[in-house]
Every structure is written in C-alpha cells, then in structure tokens.
Ligand binder design. Structure first.
Ligand SMILES: Cc1cc2nc3c(=O)[nH]c(=O)nc-3n(C[C@H](O)[C@H](O)[C@H](O)COP(=O)(O)O)c2cc1C
Length: 390
C-alpha cells in the first residue's frame, strides 16, 4: 500500500510523525559559529508548522570546514542542546547536516583549503586563498575523526538525526567527483577508490555513535557539469547504506561550478554580487558571472525521474528533494515509492504548507524560484515575498 505523507515514518530507531523533512537551507543565523535565538526560532517554527524533521544547515565538523566565517561550527558549547530542546517542545525532531567544505573556502581562519587534489580555489582568490592543497593520509584521518566527534557532540546535545553532506561539491562530494578528485593513490580513480574516504567517514561516525540516531546521506545524482559521470548515484547510495547510512537524500550539482543545477530557476546575479563582501570578488563576479553561471530551467519535482532509480535499487528509504512545491507533487512522490519528501523553498515561502495540506487544501506554493533567498541568506534566510520591497 502506498504511504501517505501524513503517515508516520520509521527511520532506524527514530519515529517521525509524518513524511515531511525540511531540507538544509543555510540560515545565516549562527554568528561566530554558534546557535542563535534566531536559529532556534527558525527551526522551532518549522516543527510547529508540522515538519517532522527539520535539518540545521551546514554544520562544520572542523574549523577548516567552513566556507566562510559565521557558519555553524559543531562544538560542545555551540548551543545545540537549546536548539534540540526547542524543536522537541514544538513537537518535531531535528537533524544536523554534518559538513566540511574541503577546498571550497574563503575563510582564512580555517587555514589553507584542502581537498582531494591540488586545484585553483576560485571562490577564495579574493581572500588570499587561491589554491587547494591535496589532503595527506593524516589530514584524512583527522577529518574523519572530526566528523565522528561532531556526531557524538550532536547526539549528546539531543539532536535526533544526522545528515552527512556528500553532495553539492563539498569535501565528500569532491572525493566522489571525478572532475575534482584526480588522485592517483587508493583514494582516486575508480569509483571504489573515490568512495573510500566518504566510507571511512561513515565508519568513523558509526563507530563513535553506534545506532543512537539515524544517519542520512545527501548525495549527488549528477554533478551538473558537462563530462561528469551521471550513472554513479546507485552504486554510491548502495555503498553508503552498506556502510551504515539509513536513508538517502538525492540532490545534484557542484556549488562552485553548477550551483543552479541544484536549485533551478532564476539566477539572481546582481543580488549575489551585492551580498559579496570583497570588492575584488564583486568585480570579478560582475564581469565573469554572466559567462560562468549556467541557468537550469525550473520544473516541479525536478529530480524525480533521476531519483526514482534509487527507490528501486537501494535497500533504504529514499526521499524526494528538489522542487517539491505542491500537494500534488507530494502525493506523486508517495505514489512513486519515495519514503519522504524533503522541502526547502516551498516551506520558506509557505510555512503553513503542511497544515493546509493536512486540512485538505490542494496547496500550491507561492515560491517563484527567484532564488533571491539564496543571494541574501547570510542576513537570515527568508522568502523575499515576505520582505518589505525596496
Ligand atoms: C537559501 C538556501 C540555502 C541553502 N543552503 C543549503 C545548505 O546549507 N546545505 C545544503 O545541502 N543545501 C542547501 N540548499 C539546497 C537545498 O537543501 C535544496 O537542495 C534545494 O533548495 C532544492 O530544494 P527545494 O526545491 O525544495 O528548495 C539551500 C537552498 C536554499 C534555497
């Protein structure tokens, strides 16, 4: 029998009240890397409006793992316990997205950016971080240990689930992507080799926190660049599940090369330029942006056909992410065998989406995929339709 979106969902040992997951949308509400009252209110609100599992975006597992300052850094005194308590009091559960940016950084305090291979770090040029240094075995061991420590800190703070960020061109995605990983040792080349470090991270987390909480993995269906292999999502998902991941969240794209593959819709270049703090970066974005930033047209449930392959092939719940923007899209996801839906912009634009759907309304989100929420997310993520027009 097909599950309905308001049915409970069992994710390993965690029972969720329904099948609505709020995806990570960087909140811009963690000054100096710590949980703020605004961050707590944002996630408690999601829970209050019926989201069963709300995901705290981009929690860096190590000081070297932030793309820029003010991203959440997982430490014992970051305030995660207050956040978890507030979400629980609002009737929901909270997940933490464990992240590391690898070579994609403009955060000088994190040291020289490191990744699988030597490369130019175009994102960090204007910040004096022009190059990526290849990670050594010691770097990998230290970083895997940092993921495990961050997982333990989150579990101790009362966080209910963890999402390992293996997509979007961040560190684990850099290892998986043949376009970025050019290593000639056991960590590069074949898919088995490119998977080695992400799997070591999963094993390190599992060894540290056991089965205390479900571990989700956000992975790329495709990197969204020409020449990238597009047929590896199934073996990647299978290997992660075999290593101890409990659910898969399929996405796509590389933030540094195909950011709008994962979002689709408008490219708000002028707003992005305005939000950039370095004048040098602003100038280069203004000149190069129109040439380099590729557009991808938006459609409802834009990853559904690609993600559907995982539903049949992977022995774990698979969520549908990307353009889930109406009650009809939610119902169709359930009908096609996805175990849950993972929603971002539609819930930012329509926080009462789930309540209205539960009341029988055929909800259609008012999100216009203008993506201005992305351009201004550092100021506190919000739907621009709700902001005073200037
Ligand atoms: C403002 C904003 C910030 C985002 N920040 C993150 C992030 O920190 N981590 C992440 O994995 N994805 C991030 N994303 C991507 C979303 O998680 C999601 O993959 C994408 O928005 C597609 O889902 P949607 O169509 O439901 O919005 C962000 C998206 C938006 C709109």
């Amino acid at each position: 029998m097909t599950a309905r979106a308001l049915d409970p969902l069992q994710l390993a040992g965690l029972e969720l009240g329904n099948r609505f997951v709020k995806t990570a949308t960087y909140e811009g509400l963690s000054p100096e890397g710590r949980v703020s009252d605004g961050l707590i209110a944002h996630h408690a609100d999601q829970a209050r409006h019926g989201v069963a599992l709300t995901t705290v975006a981009y929690a860096a597992v190590h000081p070297s793992g932030r793309t820029f300052a003010d991203q959440l850094l997982v430490t014992r005194d970051a305030g995660l316990d207050r956040l978890a308590d507030a979400v629980h009091s609002a009737g929901g559960r909270v997940s933490l997205q464990l992240s590391h940016c690898g070579g994609f950084s403009k955060h000088r305090a994190g040291g020289r950016p490191m990744g699988p291979s030597f490369a130019l770090n175009a994102y960090g040029l204007a910040y004096g971080l022009p190059f990526v240094r290849p990670m050594t075995p010691d770097d990998m061991a230290e970083t895997a240990a940092a993921y495990a420590e961050a997982a333990a800190i989150a579990v101790d703070a009362g966080v209910d689930a963890l999402e390992l960020h293996c997509g979007h061109g961040y560190l684990l995605s850099q290892f998986l992507s043949p376009a970025i990983n050019r290593r000639r040792d056991d960590y590069g080349g074949s898919l088995a080799n490119r998977l080695r470090f992400p799997l070591e991270v999963v094993h390190a987390i599992r060894a540290r926190v056991g089965e205390a909480v479900p571990l989700l993995a956000k992975i790329n269906l495709h990197d969204g660049i020409r020449g990238a292999t597009g047929d590896e999502a199934v073996p990647i998902a299978r290997a992660l599940v075999e290593a101890g991941v409990h659910a898969i969240v399929p996405s796509g794209g590389l933030v540094q090369r195909s950011a709008f593959y994962l979002l689709r819709g408008e490219v708000p270049l002028s707003d992005m330029v305005r939000a950039e703090s370095s004048w040098l970066q602003r100038i280069s974005m203004r000149i190069l942006g129109p040439l380099l930033v590729r557009r991808f047209p938006y459609s409802s449930s834009f990853f559904r056909e690609q993600a559907r392959a995982l539903v049949d092939a992977v022995d774990a719940p698979v969520g549908l992410l990307g353009g889930v923007d109406s009650a009809a899209a939610v119902r169709e996801a359930m009908a096609q065998g996805f175990s849950f839906v993972v929603m971002g912009r539609a819930l930012l634009a329509d926080p009462d989406f789930i309540e209205r759907m539960a009341a029988g309304e055929d909800v259609v989100s008012r999100c216009t995929h203008c993506n201005q929420c992305v351009a201004r997310m550092d100021q506190g993520v919000a739907c621009v339709l709700d902001l005073p027009q200037t």
